[in-house]
Design a protein around this ligand. Sequence first.
Ligand code: AHR
Length: 495
Amino acid sequence: MSNRIVINVDIEKGTINKNIYGHFAEHLGRCIYEGFWVGEDSTIDHTNGIRNDVVEALKNLNIPVLRWPGGCFADEYHWKDGIGPKEERKRMVNTHWGGVVENNHFGTHEFMRLCELLEAEPYICGNVGSGTVQEMSEWVEYMTFDGESPMANWRQENGRNKPWQLTYFGVGNENWGCGGNMRPQYYADLYRQYQTYVRNYGDNKLYKIAGGANVDDYNWTEVLMREAGHLMDGLSLHYYTIPGDFWKGKGAALDPSVDEWFITMQKALHIDELITKHSIIMDKYDPDKRVGMIIDEWGTWFDVEPGTNPGFLYQQNTIRDALVAGLHFHIFHKHNERVQMANIAQTVNVLQAMILTEGEKMLLTPTYHVFEMFKVHQDAKKLDVEEFSHIYARNREQLPNVSVSASKDKAGKVNVSLCNLHHQDESRLTIELRGLIEQVKDISGRILTANETNAHNTFEDPDNVKPVAFRDYSFNAGQMEVKLPPMSVAVLTIG
Ligand code: AHR
């Protein structure tokens, strides 16, 4: 028996916001330092201290937006320590992440340069937990005011004449936890106060993002929307896929048991329920869906690799991570009316990374390849999809075994992405392309798959998991027959 899928090519359901393919880079472990920043004196090939190999690889993903400087780090970051001559910059302790010394060599100017190199929009997260209203207000003035003012003058003295274009600004991070352990009422009041002084200068119009809920804290969303919904453009949500227990043992990135594989898929799919329930609350206060849900931290979180600093959150990345990424994108597509941005945690060397580095060596992870394969969905029209999926069953729990999403790009090409979640069973699919008007001239496909649940790339074997041409399909009279191997992510382009 095969899975039946109907893609209604003539039914468009809004646009897939390219910003859901966004990224997050924190001053955590080796993400910024070593990952992006090697410094102007490095022997590693760089532009203004930023690694060229990493930038080149990431440019191929069309990263739309990059969040910085945290995370938890954002609420202890004082931006004024990170500008001016590097040798005079204040050193601080990164208390959240390994207690290491932060020399502030990567600050506002360096981050904005990185965004320029990546051609990504900056998304800056301000400090509510340990910073002042004045500090936050002056940061925005420093970055965006074009004229005579103390902060604009200071920026010019530091070598940047024109202001930067800045749209996305977060008012605090996880203020229910590392960002101040606040109660929602208290944070809602602080949000109202802080955002008042986060000004729009000239033509620079900010999109203000309030710190949102953790996982299923629906009360946080309720209070924030009720008390401050009218003063925000976006409200964040954080959810990590952790197969085990956050405190007692999250599970290893490599060598998952079959049960752990299944649980990981189950937990990745859980974000669908979370988005649905948080959306219901947001709809109550914002029926027109003006306020975006900003899922600015998501991804797998495993135990750190043995022998690495526990505060650096360095983990390997396997075909399992690729499936988690594909599932998240499909779920974000599904909720495209409310979800306006998402930022995977984190881009390099931390959690579910795109890139791992070791000195001058660099490798692309399976997750990188999913971002690359799925970039065809960025800003495309989402197509209506009906699925009649098989069931992936284990220990009396059930999941769909296949996940599908489809979009139509500006040239009229249809891109269908498919994930087979099953650890050992292939899936036969019958895909009806209903409503196709033009004759199909060309079909091509790529697939990312592996024979083992822990398949990953290493510095010795960096191409072990990478996309290859996919040809296991036939097309006849508007219908495709597809054979999808277990543990696979595929994209078919029909034009
Ligand atoms: O991404 C790692 C950390 O996870 C972030 O700093 C924090 O916001 C979250 O708890």
